[in-house]
Design a protein around this ligand. Structure first.
Ligand code: HEM
Length: 497
């Protein structure tokens, strides 16, 4: 034990010495953005706390919208205003179009072979093109329309049963299961079967993966101590990676066996079609397919579910907004039927409600990019390999960009061209530039459809005479950020059917 402490202390001193030397040489005469001083070796890592987005927002008031921090040995830039975000994601998009290497993606995402964590380069470009054109195009999304309807009908039916009994439902869990089922049917062609996965369960494992991926892993920031696995994360990641790999192998095998059956082709079928093929530029290997399946499942399950949850919670806190939305639905849809996907484009107020919800509650709070080369932004030196955190949460609440920034007020979008599609930097819940979310259209369709249906079919009341002002809107920080508490509510059926 004594020996271990001595070796650790010597290692720390050596790292500190070389770090000081390297930084001095590397940044001599360079004007880095302002930021707080950090500790030797750890830099600002210990200051971040459990709500980094809020800490960075407070810090930006002091140091400005482009800040420099040192997390461990890694230079880190935090971007906190719409104008600054535009400089990184539009003006210098190509420089910042990469992702930093991460231990999590090494173990879980087949050595950064997924799309989300892939560094910028030809592999990312080809994989992204394949996903955008072959999996997430408007045409592909519409092929799964009837499946989405079936799943949503099931969700409504379950809630209606609770409404008949006058009991509360756990809306968070129900929407989350709905989202998982829709994602699984679209991507792997069937709902996930409990027996197919390890006893921990599929949803719980995806959630644990997201949790680990968003944990500030010391090994990412002080690579020299990677082997020590001080937080025990590597051990957990290896176990998770094995569970996923066993599961995906089963899925691939099932698809190969049933290749000639008459069934709707899912994402796995499409990718298997490209495996080993010389006729197409998408020549994918088995590990690429497994990494992309995981990306698609992880990226679509929680993002849509958390956005729906935040929106419904805001609607409950603002009954006058709910009433107005229900009026719009009555005018467009009527009270004799449920909402159809084809109604969505006529629902303008719904669109404003969703935008307002995504402004206050972007589920990716910090969008992480990496600098591919040295660059000067706004007169500041941004070093190659710096991690760049775009604080989408702080930008959506920027007092200079938004009046009454902390208020939920969908009417702010009346007569405004501001959209969520990456052109307006005050509202970037899907990011912007080359790495913008390729699943945006699908995500928006699911969120709009489910929110519209829940508000059209039901009136909602909080249980135990709880007041709407008591609804806790605390976030749980993560790679995807849901509300910390589950949303429990009592439904009442409101249609004439
Ligand atoms: C409300 C729903 C969603 C939100 C708010 C959301 C948000 C985001 C954000 C902020 C990014 C990072 C953008 C950047 O780095 O600039 C992203 C990336 C990504 N999203 Fe989404 N997303 C949603 C739904 C989906 C869905 C449904 C899918 C696919 C089925 C998807 C797939 C991806 C992928 C693959 C990436 C990585 C793209 C790349 O690195 O090139 N997302 N998403």
């Amino acid at each position: 034990m004594e020996w271990t402490s001595t070796i650790l202390a010597i290692a720390a001193l050596i790292i500190f010495f070389f770090q000081a030397l390297t930084w001095k040489r590397r940044y001599k005469n360079k004007r880095l953005p302002p930021g707080p001083r950090g500790l030797p070796i750890l830099g600002n890592l210990l200051m971040i706390g459990t709500k980094p987005h809020q800490y960075f927002q407070r810090l930006a008031l002091q140091y400005g919208p482009i800040m420099h921090l040192r997390l461990g040995l890694m230079p880190t830039i935090v971007v906190s205003s719409p104008e600054a975000a535009e400089l990184f994601l539009k003006t210098n998009d190509l420089v910042f179009a990469s992702r930093p290497p991460q231990e999590a993606s090494k173990y879980i995402s087949y050595n950064q072979q997924g799309l989300i964590f892939a560094p910028y380069g030809s592999y990312w470009r080809i994989t992204r093109k394949m996903c955008t054109l072959e999996l997430l195009s408007n045409h592909k999304i519409s092929t799964f329309r009837s499946m989405r309807k079936q799943e949503l009908d099931l969700l409504v039916q379950r809630i209606r049963e609770a409404a008949n009994s006058g009991v509360a439902v756990d809306l968070t869990s129900m929407v989350s299961s709905f989202s998982t089922d829709v994602a699984c049917r679209m991507i792997i062609g069937k709902k996930y079967n409990r027996d197919d996965f390890s006893e921990k369960g599929f949803e719980a494992t995806v959630r644990e993966t997201m949790k680990i991926s968003s944990t500030f892993n010391l090994a990412d920031y002080i690579p020299q101590i990677r082997g020590l696995d001080l937080q025990g994360l590597t051990k957990r990641m290896k176990a998770i990676a094995k569970d996923f790999d066993d599961f995906f192998e089963k899925i691939l095998e099932e698809h190969v066996q049933s290749e000639y059956e008459n069934r709707t082709k899912d994402f796995v079928d499409v990718m298997l079609g490209f495996m080993g093929s010389e006729d197409t530029e998408y020549r994918v290997e088995r590990d690429t397919i497994k990494a992309i399946i995981l990306d698609m499942l992880a990226a679509s399950m929680d993002t849509s579910a958390a956005t729906i949850d935040w929106t419904v919670a805001e609607l409950m806190r603002h009954p006058h907004v709910t009433k107005k939305l229900q009026q719009e639905l009555e005018e467009v849809v009527g009270t004799n039927r449920m909402v159809e996907e084809s109604d969505l484009e006529k629902l303008e107020y719904l669109d404003m409600v969703i935008k307002e919800s995504l402004r206050l509650h972007p589920v990716a709070l910090l969008i992480v990019h990496a600098a591919r080369e040295d660059c000067t932004v706004n007169g500041f030196h941004i070093p190659k390999d710096a991690r760049v955190f775009i604080n989408a949460w702080a930008i959506g609440r920027d007092q200079r960009a938004w009046t009454d920034a902390d208020k939920f007020h969908p009417e702010r979008f009346v007569g405004s061209d501001i959209d969520v599609r990456g052109q307006n930097f005050e509202l970037i819940p899907f990011g912007s530039g080359r790495r913008i979310c390729p699943g945006m259209q699908l995500g928006l369709t699911i969120v709009r459809l489910v929110v519209a249906q829940l508000v059209h079919c039901f009136d909602w009341k909080l249980p135990n005479n709880m007041q709407v002002t008591e609804l806790d809107m605390t976030e749980e920080f993560g790679i995807v950020c849901p509300r910390a508490d589950h949303l429990l509510a009592i439904p009442a059926w409101r249609l004439n059917t």
